[in-house]
Design a protein around this ligand. Structure first.
Ligand code: G3P
Length: 217
């Protein structure tokens, strides 16, 4: 399973990369706004800086919602670096844009996916990744991880090469369920990745080992 970090914060990305387990980065306009990047040039430079830190795919989202605008923005984003994956919302023109990019050798991530039908469309259009948002489904009373199971089953049945990128992951249980269900990628805040380290028996065991090691000195 690949781990992506879901942030535009360069320090967090550096820290995640330093762990040696990071496979990529996802961003979205909200995450970019959060780090205070303003203006097209600054946005493009910021994506380049992310690409210089990581060794893996970096999702950069288009703002346009019409086909021509998405193609224009996506082509400009793809020129920044070969690591860039053009992130496109699950709307009608988005599907057309994904087909266009797929036919032209540009990687895509179909975002804001909340149903198996949407995931099926993304795969048929040739998306490199599909991003089902599990936390946001939980927020409205659904079992978000059930959607991961459904999509994984459908893609396996038809051998679609589109990778399931589980997004809107809020805690380690989400991530572990996604791993059990066969999601190809989990994208999450750095804290969710570092929280995987924690177990009270590890702390207790280490404390004991260190206390006993003192007796040998
Ligand atoms: O990048 C998309 C997704 O991961 C957002 O997560 O927590 O805002 O629902 P969240």
């Amino acid at each position: 399973m690949k781990f992506f970090v879901d942030t535009a914060n360069l320090e967090e990305i550096k820290e995640a990369y330093s762990l040696g387990v990071l496979d990529g980065v996802t961003t979205n306009p909200s995450l970019m706004a959060k780090v205070g990047v303003k203006g097209n040039d600054a946005v493009m430079k910021h994506y380049k800086s992310i690409c210089e830190i990581v060794d893996g795919d970096v999702s950069a989202e288009v703002i346009a919602t019409d086909f021509a605008g998405m193609v224009r923005e996506g082509e400009a984003l793809a020129e920044i670096d070969p690591k860039i994956v053009v992130k496109i919302p699950m709307i009608k023109d988005g599907i057309k844009a994904i087909r266009y990019f797929s036919d032209n050798g540009i990687k895509t991530n179909c975002t804001l996916v909340f149903s198996a039908g949407q995931a099926l469309l993304a795969a048929k259009a040739g998306a490199t990744y599909v991003s089902p948002f599990i936390g946001r489904l939980d927020d409205i009373g659904f079992e978000g991880v059930d959607l991961i199971a459904q999509i994984v089953m459908i893609y396996q049945t038809y051998n679609y090469p589109t990778q399931v990128l589980a997004a809107s992951i809020r805690h380690t249980s989400h991530l572990i369920r996604c791993a059990e269900l066969g999601a190809d990628v989990a994208t999450c805040p750095l804290k969710v990745i570092t929280d995987l380290l924690n177990h009270p028996l590890t702390d207790k065991g280490l404390e004991q080992f260190l206390a006993d090691a003192k007796k040998m000195q």
